[in-house]
Ligand binder design. Structure first.
Ligand SMILES: C[S@@+](CC[C@H](N)C(=O)[O-])C[C@H]1O[C@@H](n2cnc3c(N)ncnc32)[C@H](O)[C@@H]1O
Length: 296
């Protein structure tokens, strides 16, 4: 184990695969917090902000709401929530990664958001008071760390009776590059398999509506969307950047050799740099519904 600086913080790095270690959390989240991961998540959040806003609007999120974003990472949708709930509302971001949380706190401070706090915790077992929140939101945690049923249970537990539980999770079927390229397909397939090996499911979006209903949510809404990315758009490097953030898992599970990975990354980046290259992201499935007012 060695200790290295990461931005303003210091993190512990596992020497055998340069992989950041996070402890005290459920699941086997396989994405590493390498330099570049915060930016990868920020660009993804930015590209998907308009659709997140539509979901929050339709869910009725407004002034005074008390909200939680489970697995908020370096910010997630907490800034958007803070704007919507206003000074009389409250937003709590929960994540297991202290460096992400520190980044989120810095961002909130620089945007003068006085109604947001970030706490370190396990999204699956938060220890937060039950029945206390108007909205519990979770994005890209169940698909990457696994155990979606357990995450729905925890979200429903901390939401107030009649409160809103909202999940956003991917279906990787639409993650396709045009023109197609073997390096793109190779990275995508290896990434999908790496998630599967640790209990994740990058097609979880296909089951999300069913899971929400089975979790007892009522009046469940269903809204899929995807994003189109052109060469040169901010999200252009998404596939190679994701593979780099999963380098440890890809190598550890024997899904790629170091040499395979380097050559696929280079070929994929060359292809993405071609002005005519475009890709469609995974489809993001949004589901949201109300907890029962009667069955607690
Ligand atoms: C793919 S990122 C998504 C971040 C954010 N929700 C967003 O949409 O930008 C998944 C996040 O879940 C966090 N995470 C994974 N397992 C967790 C757990 N058991 N408890 C808390 N956070 C967890 C990771 O640290 C990471 O920040």
């Amino acid at each position: 184990m060695r200790i290295v600086p990461y931005g303003d913080a210091v993190v512990a790095i596992n020497a055998w695969q340069d992989r950041t270690v996070m402890t005290g959390k459920s699941g086997h989240y396989p994405i590493e917090r390498r330099a570049g991961e915060i930016e990868r998540l920020r660009l993804q959040a930015e590209a998907m902000a308009a659709d997140a806003a539509i979901m929050l609007e339709r869910a009725g999120v407004g002034p005074g709401w008390r909200c939680v974003d489970l697995g908020c990472g370096p910010g997630g949708i907490t800034g958007m929530l803070a704007d919507k709930v206003g000074p009389n509302g409250r937003v709590v971001g929960v994540d297991a990664d202290p460096v992400f949380l520190e980044h989120a706190r810095r961002e909130a401070r620089s945007a003068s958001l006085g109604n947001v706090e970030f706490i370190s915790g396990d999204a699956y077992d938060t220890g937060l008071a039950g029945g206390a929140y108007d909205l519990v939101h979770v994005r890209f945690v169940a698909s990457t760390a696994g155990e979606p049923e357990r995450l729905f249970r925890e979200a429903a537990r901390i939401a107030r009776p009649g409160g809103c539980v909202a999940f956003q999770e991917p279906d990787i079927s639409t993650l396709r590059c045009f023109p197609a390229h073997p390096a793109w397909d190779r990275l995508r397939d290896a990434i999908a398999e790496a998630f599967a090996r640790v209990g994740g499911d990058v097609k979880l979006g296909q089951r999300l509506y069913h899971l929400a209903r089975r979790a007892g949510l009522e009046d469940v809404q269903y809204r899929p969307f995807l994003v189109g990315v052109r060469s040169g758009d901010p999200m252009t490097d998404f596939m190679p950047a994701t593979a780099e953030s999963m380098r440890g898992a890809l190598l550890q599970h024997g899904l790629m050799t170091q040499a395979d990975l380097e050559s696929a990354l280079a070929a994929c980046r060359r292809h993405l740099a071609q002005p005519d290259t475009v890709f469609t992201t995974y489809t993001v499935i949004q589901v949201w519904g109300r907890t029962s007012t009667t069955s607690r």
